[in-house]
Design a protein around this ligand. Structure first.
Ligand code: MG
Length: 371
């Protein structure tokens, strides 16, 4: 099974309600999709959203990186040589993690297809059903309480509450949501870098002393403020999770060794794909540091790949935050992984199991072929 070409396209899906964090508000998701062609007729799929405020990438940069650098570096390669191909992808260009992730996802899809097995099984197996939390966007208190109540009624057992806009109001938001649903769901807080270290300690002490139990607080301070993360981790009893503070395995090692976080949030778009997500899970496992697997606001192609990784590494990936598909008005991807509110179920189909992607608009000129 040799790589003969790559086609690029775009997939746009509207959201049920606008997604609001401390950093941005958006009403749809849009991915760059790659379709990897082989000489055996097998097709591999991968995708990447543009999350400029986090990874520094745009659709334009992702398309250009894949078309002119990453794709040519793996053209003609035999899919059986997975490690060699992954190495070529990772070394082809500096950073550009989402672009690399899109290509790696398609490569792993094909690698698993070459064994006729679902990807999670090729990665080591596991129970192909996982349960995700759901995001409660930052908003007026009443709206957040309403969204939280509705999520619990829909069967979600963990809520990820977005805060980080205004400290005093954030504390009120969490208290109101906790009063409404804390006996029915785990509460996770994601401040998306919106607080300072001292504000975080103050807010958490206030919440802790009012008897509110949070499962964790995610990335309360700026991603590059690892000293701030350490400051908080030392001072509060609530577990602290690193999201934007860690991209690849080296940052995870540094952060764990300096005790800058209790939990690591792994996202394929930060790690540059599946290979480093696995590296991080294995590193964290050595230190007994649990991980969550997360996603960007992205379609179910990349999220499916993350679900396969979560199943295969469930020993250490103990939390799942793969709610993007359930925030969308429809799932344009047929086959493979089913997203049914909190439940994510992987089928027995080979690879990622993707049969068809509705509404995929191919780019012109978007094709790179083996020369
Ligand atoms: Mg986050």
């Amino acid at each position: 099974m040799k790589i003969t070409g790559i086609e690029l396209g775009k997939l746009r899906v509207p959201l049920k309600t606008p997604f609001k964090t401390a950093l941005r508000t958006v009403d749809h998701m849009e991915d760059v999709v790659i379709v990897l062609e082989t000489d055996t007729g097998h097709t591999g799929y991968g995708s990447a959203p543009a999350t400029a405020v986090i990874t520094g990438e745009t659709h334009g940069s992702i398309i250009e990186a894949i078309r002119t650098v990453i794709a040519p570096s793996i053209m003609g390669e035999d899919i059986r040589n997975l490690n060699r191909i992954v190495n070529l992808i990772q070394k082809s260009i500096f950073t550009n993690f989402s672009a690399k992730a899109a290509v790696e996802i398609a490569i792993y899809d094909l690698f698993a297809q070459s064994f006729g097995a679902p990807l999670y099984r090729v990665l080591g197996g596991g129970e192909p059903v996982i349960s995700t939390d759901i995001t409660i966007s930052v908003d007026y208190i009443d709206k957040m309480v309403e969204d939280a109540t509705r999520a619990v009624e829909a069967g979600f057992e963990a809520l990820k509450i977005k805060v980080g806009k205004d400290l005093a109001l954030d504390i009120q938001r969490v208290k109101a949501i906790a009063a409404a649903v804390s006996d029915k769901a785990l509460l996770r807080l994601d401040a998306n870098q919106g607080w300072t270290p001292k504000q975080t300690v103050m807010a958490l002490r206030e919440l802790e002393s009012s008897g509110i139990e949070l499962e964790f607080v995610e990335q309360p301070v700026r991603g590059d403020d690892v000293e701030g993360m350490k400051y908080i981790t030392e001072r509060v009893s609530t577990a602290v999770m690193a999201d934007e503070s860690t991209f690849g395995p080296k940052e995870v090692i540094d952060l764990i060794q300096m005790r800058g976080a209790d939990i690591i949030n792994i996202k394929l778009m930060k790690t540059g794909g599946i290979s480093n997500a696995i590296n991080i899970a294995d590193i964290a496992s050595l230190y007994d540091v649990e991980c969550m697997i997360g996603c960007m606001l992205e379609t179910s192609i990349g999220v499916s790949a993350a679900a396969h990784v979560a199943v295969a590494k469930s020993n250490i990936i103990t939390r799942v935050d793969l709610d993007a598909p359930s925030l969308a008005t429809l799932n344009p991807v047929q086959g493979g992984v089913t997203f049914d509110n909190a439940e994510i179920r992987i089928s027995d189909a080979p690879g990622l199991g993707i049969e068809n992607i509705e509404g995929l608009a191919m780019l012109d000129p978007g094709r790179v072929a083996a020369g």
